[in-house]
Design a protein around this ligand. Sequence first.
Ligand SMILES: Cc1cc2nc3c(=O)[nH]c(=O)nc-3n(C[C@H](O)[C@H](O)[C@H](O)COP(=O)(O)OP(=O)(O)OC[C@H]3O[C@@H](n4cnc5c(N)ncnc54)[C@H](O)[C@@H]3O)c2cc1C
Length: 496
Amino acid sequence: MRLRRVEVLGGGPGGLYVARLLALARPGCEVVVHEQGERGTTFGFGVGLAAGTQRKLEAADADTLRDIRAAGRRHDMTMDVGGAVARVHNDNLIGIARTELLEVLGRHAEKAGVRLEYGERRAVADVDAADLDADVVIAADGVGSATREAGDFGAGVEPGRGLFLWCGAAFALDDAVFAPVDTEFGTFVTHAYPYAEDRSTFLVETDEATWRAAGLDGAASDGGTSDTASLAYLSEVFAGHLRGHPLIGNGTRWQRFRTVTCERWSDGRVVLLGDAAHTAHYSIGSGTKLAMEDAIALVEALGAEPDRAAAFARYEAARRPSVERLQELARRSRLWWESFGSRTHLPVERLMVSYMTRAGNVPLDRFAATSPDVVGAALGQYAGVDPQVPDDLTGWVLDRSRRDAPPDALVVDAVVDDPWGPEADAAVAAARDTGAGAFRVVGPPERPAVLTRLDLAERLRTEVGGVVTVVGPPELRDDLAAGLVSGRADVVGFSS
Ligand SMILES: Cc1cc2nc3c(=O)[nH]c(=O)nc-3n(C[C@H](O)[C@H](O)[C@H](O)COP(=O)(O)OP(=O)(O)OC[C@H]3O[C@@H](n4cnc5c(N)ncnc54)[C@H](O)[C@@H]3O)c2cc1C
């Protein structure tokens, strides 16, 4: 379609990248980005970018990717439970400061002819519609998008149960580390990774009961920006990982992750992009990737279709399936992290396997191919034998599962969406009240239901005890085997 002028609301990664790609594809089109913050400042610390993202960015804009890579810091990933460490090598995972990423994207946008206007809030909700003199308005104004709230997008925002604090520290960790620390109030866990020579992100999570018991719900602050009392307390809690440095804040306050969904991504001439349209829990490190991939698809659609409505429809059709797939992975990942404190008794390698298989996205044999030492140790811990990875991994695991599933096991047939939600709480309480010593968890054969059943079974194992069998179809034997090694089930059974 013909484009004379495009306004982009929000100068985050999505907004800056779409502006750059559009200006490159449409030299005659005026592209303006409005960012409410000042140049060189932003929220948060560093973010992680994975290999898949980098491949797509390479194809869309190799120049920008080269500078992003140069500004990023590669790292491996480790899990550290009380000093026991499991390590996963990753060649293509980089951490990068949000300020650096935005600087690179802003510079490249300007080079392509984009006008960047900083320090002024601009949303369709806040300005007179006539002020938005544009054929297309791209709302890339983030998770709290005022434009989304003002428009007709069928939006939903669901807060998570857990709480997180996005902190940093002024030194570079050697690698990313997931580390739980038990306190008298409960468990705090950090997701920490290096993103610059002298900087690391320390994101800290906890559950509501721990947060309240530790007295962190009455946030003190340094004049309305960071929660200094929580930063001081957590600096003590994570002292062992901080090498004498304190945690630092950047507008750092406790939050619940907000999952945003929209039935429609466009309304008239306004189209949503990135977090404004959809969010995916930070634990899968994909929000930046989704925003930048949206940008690629939107520019392609605007170039391919004759009018706005057709272009927006093409953009949404191209992006919605992968966005929804990642949102579902992110939902499972969020639930796993929100219940993290219940599985820190696992040996660290089994915990790493549980982590890698938490969303059903990484098959156990693929993980074993890249990390045979971790998976070998986990198999050894599971089966009580010397660590090794057998050729037929799934068959080997299933052969070693306790096959003497108790015949008198109580059947648990609870179809729940959320294995840690109120319905699942009731199912676990009912199972406990029976006093049974064995449970057989059954339900529909579809994969999402089986994965959820494994999570419910894990709760029965840890909260009620006894021998827990999970039943699923033979074609999901890989998932069932991963469930055994991860401590989600004692026995698996096959439905016909
Ligand atoms: C704790 C945490 C950790 C994360 N870690 C990762 C990670 O490791 N990897 C990853 O890929 N993603 C991560 N994410 C997600 C990632 O930060 C977002 O998905 C990504 O920033 C989305 O980009 P965006 O451009 O859509 O929105 P944003 O980055 O939120 O940018 C929106 C911009 O719009 C501006 N704005 C808002 N309203 C207005 C207005 N009215 N007028 C003008 N400007 C406005 C804001 O100031 C902001 O600069 C994390 C998120 C969180 C919360």
